[in-house]
Design a protein around this ligand. Structure first.
Ligand code: OGA
Ligand code: MN
Length: 314
């Protein structure tokens, strides 16, 4: 990622300009210098050059959350952009049936709309299941092979509310005392959507859903393969620690979550239409904030697979 101190994105830079380079700028350089950056000088609707792909990987390794403004992507462009960064996972974590989907399987429907574009009624099952996104989580931690990056594109936003908050699990790990660090270093948690939804009192799962969302094992402490930084791999889906009595595990995870989501570790994204926000699920948690349920919020997420379980990462 090149930087041009004092110049900012040049007004005269065109897409054909070979000198045009993406540039990441920390959003809160004083409070959290290595968490959340805005990336200027890139058009995600067009095929990227190899050096632009490299620049994005370098920037997300450093910041964990990247914001790209004014990216007028359609679904095919969002999928094409995402694929340039690595293999995608499919939206198999949803509760709805495939025939009721509004979007292709490469896109997670993070909206409150049905397939006809109508706002879901308040008591709609898919809507209530989707409210699980308001709990701090890491995407697809309930899958054996969880998510790596998530890319969320804002197509239509409500008039107020609906922010997305991100918490830095590297900073949260760094702030732990030595005793806690050594206690958790090799712990394995069990993650399931049955657990996270159960926290909200959503438990009318079918037998097939219970089977599909059998708990999976994930490390509690991860080490980033490129930066070597440790992070806490927490998620509302985590409902047990292997080898621990359940109440003790849940009380302990609750304390860890409380620690890890202190405001000093959090970046709150206030959406504008056509923002694309990309985050690394290995080093962050996130949650949706409420908005008026009668208003439209249309967000679409592509997701890169981590390709291996967190257990394989050491
Ligand atoms: C997601 C998610 C939060 C939001 O897209 O994975 O949790 O604010 N989104 O919609
Ligand atoms: Mn999510």
């Amino acid at each position: 990622m090149t930087s041009h101190p004092g110049t900012g994105p040049s007004a005269s830079a065109t897409l054909a300009d070979p000198n045009r380079r993406p540039r990441a700028e920390a959003i809160d350089p004083s409070g959290q210098p290595d968490f959340a950056a805005i990336v200027h000088g890139i058009d995600l609707t067009r095929p990227l050059r190899a050096e632009d792909v490299d620049a994005i990987h370098t920037a997300i390794d450093r910041y964990g959350v990247l914001v790209f403004r004014d990216q007028h992507l359609d679904d095919a462009q969002q999928v094409a952009f995402s694929r340039q960064l690595g293999p995608l996972e499919l939206a198999t974590g949803d509760i709805g049936e495939v025939k009721d989907r509004r979007l292709a399987m490469e896109l997670n429907d993070i909206s409150n709309l049905d397939k006809y574009g109508e706002v879901l009624p308040r008591d709609n099952r898919a809507r209530l299941f989707g409210l699980g996104n308001r709990l701090w989580h890491s995407d697809s931690s309930f899958k054996d092979v969880p998510a790596k990056y998530s890319l969320l594109s804002a197509r239509q936003i409500p008039s107020a509310g609906g922010n997305t908050e991100f918490a830095d699990m590297r900073a949260a790990y760094d702030a732990l005392d030595d005793e806690t660090r050594s206690e958790i270093q090799d712990l394995v948690c069990l993650h399931s959507q049955l657990y996270s939804r159960g926290l909200l009192g959503f438990d009318d799962f079918t037998e097939a859903e219970r089977l599909k969302w059998t708990a999976v094992r994930q490390r509690l402490v991860r080490r980033h393969p490129n930066t070597g930084r440790y992070s806490l791999y927490l998620s509302s889906h985590a409902g047990a620690i292997e080898g621990w009595p359940t109440p003790e595990a849940r009380a302990f995870l609750r304390d860890l979550n409380e620690h890890a989501t202190q405001r000093r570790f959090v970046y709150a994204h206030v959406w504008r239409p056509w923002d694309l926000v990309m985050w690394d699920n290995r080093v962050t948690m996130h949650r949706a904030r409420p908005f008026r349920s009668s208003e439209v919020r249309d967000m679409r997420r592509t997701t890169l697979t981590n390709e291996v379980s967190s257990l394989a990462q050491g």
